[in-house]
Design a protein around this ligand. Structure first.
Ligand code: SAH
Length: 344
């Protein structure tokens, strides 16, 4: 059992099991989530005996930074963290005018199979625990010495494929006795697992849901994203409407532009049919090419043109700033490089 993955209430129960007074839970929770202690030994207001007892009975997630790459272009920092079982995950630190943002991974690998994505090339290894998601943020805060104001779950993995741990992670990072990060400053991105979107809607959280659309028709989407064989765009749009009705939060659609594949006038018209009149927002991302696949990214002028044409139809469009391209910015690239280095 990982101490850092326990909710406050679960931690109180564990103190009870250990025969410790209830207030110990508050002390330990504060050490983990406010001071973001890297080990139990840092919890100096606990007796040595209790610290030993904690170490004997629980795991304590503390990621090791195996590598850090800093972009010479925009200051983006990419981290490769080693987990206690020897697996690696990557996370990214980005500076925006509205504050610093950390992009975290939710799984080791991924089983969704999106054609343009490096994270999925070797399939899913395992889910990340809530504590392992949190610690990516805590370690980055400690290493950079910067305040983190936004978290996006857009790294390796499909968060809805690790739903229970994702929800515990959100509750922990949002806990006012811990890091107390506002739900509005959290974005979760999904390839579109419809039943989980509906389940999440019922939680009525104030987080932002980003939907990876990438193509405007089922037929075209199936060519890029295998998940499109399981859920149609009709079902996805209905789930998005439910999410908006339950939470009042507008959905953000992600659209990775691939030259000649989904960036033509034809797709503009199809997007208009799909999204026109909907209270939404679309985020255009020139695809980050990976060496294992042929996809080329749309050139900058065409991206601007694509944006203008959508805006003419009343669709809100932003273009994702491309950050960290010089440092393997795309999901999964850094971990793959580490894995091939170990095989050499
Ligand atoms: N599995 C989730 C979250 C992780 S991926 C999802 O599918 O949304 C985060 C975003 O990056 C998704 O929109 C994904 O489609 C996109 N992405 C993955 N590889 C990319 C690449 N090479 N270039 C541009 N975007 C990519």
């Amino acid at each position: 059992m990982d101490l850092k993955s326990l909710t406050f209430e679960e931690l109180q129960k564990e103190m009870n099991v250990l025969g410790e007074p209830k207030f110990r839970a508050g002390q330990i929770f504060e050490w983990m989530h406010v001071h973001q202690a890297a080990s139990v030994d840092e919890m100096t207001n606990l007796s040595k005996a209790l610290r030993e007892k904690l170490k004997e009975n629980y795991e304590y997630t503390s990621l090791k930074c195996a590598r850090m790459q800093e972009s010479a272009v925009d200051g983006t920092k990419k981290f490769l963290f080693e987990l206690s079982d020897g697996n690696y995950v990557e996370s990214v630190f980005m500076r925006y005018h509205h504050g610093n943002s950390v992009c975290i991974s939710s799984q080791v690998g991924c089983r969704m199979g999106c054609k343009f994505c490096a994270s999925t090339l070797d399939g899913l290894e395992r889910n990340l625990l809530p504590g392992e998601m949190l610690d990516q943020i805590y370690r980055i805060a400690a290493i950079t010495g910067e305040k983190i104001s936004n978290v996006v779950v857009m790294g390796t993995g499909e968060p809805m494929d690790n739903y229970d741990n994702l929800l515990t992670f959100i509750r922990l990072i949002n806990d006012e006795r811990g890091m107390n990060l506002s739900q509005r400053n959290i974005t979760v991105s999904t390839c579109g697992i419809v039943p989980k979107i509906k389940e999440l809607a019922k939680e009525k959280l104030q987080i932002t849901l980003a939907l990876s659309l990438h193509a405007p028709t089922d037929e075209k989407r199936k060519k890029l994203m295998p998940i499109a064989n399981s859920y149609s765009l009709k079902e996805i749009m209905e789930a998005c409407r439910t999410y908006f009705e339950e939470t009042g939060r507008r959905i953000s659609f992600e659209y990775a532009l691939v030259a000649g594949v989904n960036d033509r006038d034809e797709e503009v018209e199809e997007l208009r049919q799909l999204l026109g009149g909907l209270n939404c927002h679309i985020n255009l991302i020139p695809v980050n090419p990976i060496k294992e696949r042929e996809f080329r990214s749309t050139d900058h002028l065409r991206v601007l043109e694509f944006q203008k044409k959508l805006e003419k139809y009343g669709i809100n469009v932003t273009i994702r700033r491309e950050m960290g391209r010089d440092i393997d910015g795309a999901c999964g690239q850094l971990r793959r490089r580490q894995m091939s280095r170990q095989q050499d």
